[in-house]
Design a protein around this ligand. Sequence first.
Ligand SMILES: *Cc1c(COP(=O)(O)O)cnc(C)c1O
Length: 426
Amino acid sequence: MGKYELTRDFAEKMDSQDALASLRDHFYTKPGQIYMDGNSLGLCSKEAEAAVERAVEAWKEYGIGIWTQAPTDYFLYHDVIGAKIARLINADPEEVTVCANTTLNVHQVVATFWRPTKERYKIVIDELNFPTDRYAVVSQVASRGMDPDDVVKVVKSRDGKTLAEEDLIDAMTDDVAMVLYPSVLYRSSQLLPMEKLAKIARERGILIGFDLCHSVGNVDHDFKKIDCDFALWCNYKYLSGGPGALAGLYINKKHFEREVGLAGWHGNRKDTQFELRPVFEHAMNAGGWQTGTGSVLSLAATDGALDVYNGVEIKDLRAKSLDLTAYMMFLIDHELTAYGFTVGNPREDSVRGGHVALEHEDAIRINEALKAADVVPDFRYPNVIRLAPVPQYTRYVDVYDLIQRIKEIMDTKAYEKYENKAGTVA
Ligand SMILES: *Cc1c(COP(=O)(O)O)cnc(C)c1O
């Protein structure tokens, strides 16, 4: 007998034995709704809401004094929040900050870390990463008067879904200056061997960093071991920091002295920032890479959202996430293959992130039918329905019921009445 069973009783038993089950009470969930899109936008928590309300109150109460008089340190808020996220990826508190958005943080790391020489000038990316990262890299290269077709080296996928470790390593040749890879691929959920890749990059004299959008707050990264040069991510996915939350930026402490690529007064040393000197001297922490004033109301949501992690170990969340997705795959294998569904993500724990990539040739229409059945999934071209059972608020019965709803849609052919066309925000 395997670990999982096909009955709803089994799912209920799993929930009753789940030490993390009560975390769900922190979130606003809707009765009957099965939310599987926390990898696009995490749900609102009571802590996030309360922190935003506190920030509004402080604004009302103190006016400009919000920066210095409020009980919360809003002036150094990015450092406070950075430290909270640092715990989740095992980095030093001063190595993490929150600023801008993921796309701008890609611009920032290229502007900071890419110092092309005649011999070493290429930037390695991959063809499966979320395209905004590529747009940013290419435009940075072009803005410095170099030819992106020559400079940007793109690792190809052999199967259109995953990246071969060998190819990621072989791309790191002598002419490469810097590498930006994702931690987890947004479509197929593949988790890359970050520690190994970073070690090889170091040995070859290449700077390397990762985009953690699809892993931060879910995968138990150990940045002390990975020891890459930089990383960036958004805080509104698994971390549930709120729509458009300011993004994360990790700068390895060995680079604190490095010249900041995109400088701004908020990255200045804090003791002299308000002297408004003509020459920029950046703070000797990740906060040195701040540009302008951060959005306090948005930062507050992220600050509150991170409180949900208090007393929780990321490795326990990761274990539950892996268990929920393994259980989902078990149910797919037993209940859905007959309808033409396949699992598009890697199967082994060590190489997969927090969502299941459910594939079907009618994925667009099935995705629409799922929305009508009070499920929140999302669709990614060409044929993937992404299902993310976020361990903070997803129960085993949600996974069970999800599979039943999919079955019903297939049995009743409810999806046939939808157009074969995805919405704007799929
Ligand atoms: C979600 C995501 C982004 C989003 O970028 P924004 O600048 O926050 O809009 C970027 N890269 C990856 C890999 C993502 O998954």
